[in-house]
Design a protein around this ligand. Structure first.
Ligand code: SF4
Length: 429
């Protein structure tokens, strides 16, 4: 359910794998202070603040398409929360100023609301957090009650992301979800009643058998609840998942690519007509303020620190990642050792690829001034032919020092990125 590194429409290409494989810094290499301002494409003040991500690695049942780390054995929940707090404690002197706290997973709502409250209180007691942070929790409709939602709200959580995926029971069955369409709708109503004024809904398109009409019907239903945010992901078949195996063994067929392209196009057309801002390949917000402040950090080279098994952290050009196993994670922390599994420093080449890829997936596009300054090159000169070619095909637009994909271009994100990442740029500077 966690979409911190979400899947874009054009899946399976090397860019996505590349992005997933980028990992952050180890604790000992993390910055001591924030005296030096982080590099950011967007110089608005809120973009300069770092984010906290907390990974709750438990789910009621594993969805067959999901490749995020989570387990269904809940016997270690209490121990996990204790060591998670210990891990956070290890970073008390990190010296960053945060304006987002994102509790994802997994399914955070399988925890008691008192445990969630404990985690939030600990974060506030340990870290410097601005006075108006965005605090998000991801929930599964089956795992919430009116009481738990009120309790989340009272804990200071001001943004809720509900894993609806579809308002049609047939689709939910195919996706192996534990909730019904009705339970999804009820969870949204309960969240409103609990006082949430920033509700995000996750929906999945590209489900076998789906048509543009049936997908738009899901979107219509979603809009009846006036969600502040919508994440519309295309179903992908990640290697190692049950759904990938079933696809390979011929249990079902994936949608024809042309239909997938139509679904993507119809999503943007429909939601933009309804007033939503299509600010990232898979993400739509009802207003500028309702964009996911936290997720924008992942796409904009802004530092974040992740806690919990499999969580990633990033600062500057350094990435690190935690152990992907709850037992190992617990053992490490109990022995007083950070649960970091690995780290790396991004090479110049990796930074260029990421800057292009992350820029193009956002509606605001690549910030050409930032790019030129960061890599000491002239974007317009180096990519003159590529820009001209893609512009003629109406796949990109360049203006105001930005280079962005058109709707038509978004469908081809990976192949367009590949055109940009030519040997000239990688060898330049
Ligand atoms: S609820 Fe399903 S999709 Fe969400 S993290 Fe758990 S297994 Fe993955």
């Amino acid at each position: 359910m966690n979409r911190s590194k979400d899947k874009e429409l054009v899946s399976g290409f090397w860019f996505y794998s590349f992005w997933l494989n980028q990992r952050p810094i180890t604790r000992d290499q993390r910055p001591e202070t924030i005296n030096h301002k982080p590099e950011t494409r967007d110089q608005k003040p809120s973009s300069c603040y770092a984010g906290i991500y907390i990974h709750i690695p438990f789910c009621v049942k594993k969805c067959p398409y999901c490749d995020f780390y989570s387990i269904t054995d809940h016997s270690l929940v209490k121990e996990f929360v204790n060591v998670l707090i210990h891990e956070m404690d290890m970073y008390r002197d990190v010296g960053l100023l945060f304006d987002t706290l994102y509790i994802g997973g997994g399914t955070p709502s399988v925890l008691e609301s008192t445990e969630i409250n404990r985690i939030i209180e600990k974060a506030f007691s340990l870290f410097q957090i601005t006075s108006d942070p965005e605090i998000t929790i991801e929930v599964n409709p089956r795992t919430v009650t009116p009481e738990s939602l009120k309790s989340f709200r009272q804990s200071g959580i001001n943004r809720i992301n509900i894993g609806i995926q579809s308002f049609q029971d047939g689709n939910l069955k195919f996706l192996g979800r534990i909730h019904s369409a009705e339970e999804g709708e009820t969870a949204i109503k309960w969240a409103r009643n609990a006082g949430f004024t920033n509700i995000g809904l996750d929906l999945i398109s590209g489900i076998p058998g789906q048509t543009v009409k049936s997908w738009l019907s899901d979107l219509e239903t979603a809009l009846q609840f006036e969600p502040e945010h919508l994440s519309c992901y295309m179903l992908t078949y990640e290697s190692g998942t049950q759904m990938h195996k079933d696809l390979k063994s011929g249990k079902f067929s994936s949608l024809p690519e042309s239909l997938a392209v139509s679904l993507f196009g119809s999503t943007g057309d429909f939601l933009e007509k309804k007033g939503y801002i299509h600010y990232e390949i898979s993400n739509f917000a009802r207003s500028e303020e309702k964009k996911s402040r936290h997720n924008i950090k992942y796409w904009s080279y802004i530092p974040y620190i992740g806690f919990g098994p499999s969580a990633h952290s990033f600062y500057g050009t350094r990435r690190s990642w935690n152990r992907h196993n709850v037992s190992d994670y617990i053992k490490k922390i109990e022995s007083g050792t950070p649960p970091v599994e690995g780290n790396e420093t991004l090479t110049r080449e990796q930074q260029i690829i990421e800057t292009i890829f992350l820029g193009l997936r956002q509606k605001c596009g690549i910030d050409i001034g930032f790019f030129n300054e960061k890599f000491n090159v002239k974007f317009g000169d180096i990519f003159r032919e590529t820009i001209s070619d893609l512009s003629k095909k109406e796949l990109i637009v360049t203006c105001d020092d930005k280079c962005a994909l058109t709707r038509k271009g978004m469908v081809l994100l990976d192949s367009i990125c590949a055109e940009f990442v030519c040997s000239e740029i990688l060898n330049s500077g």
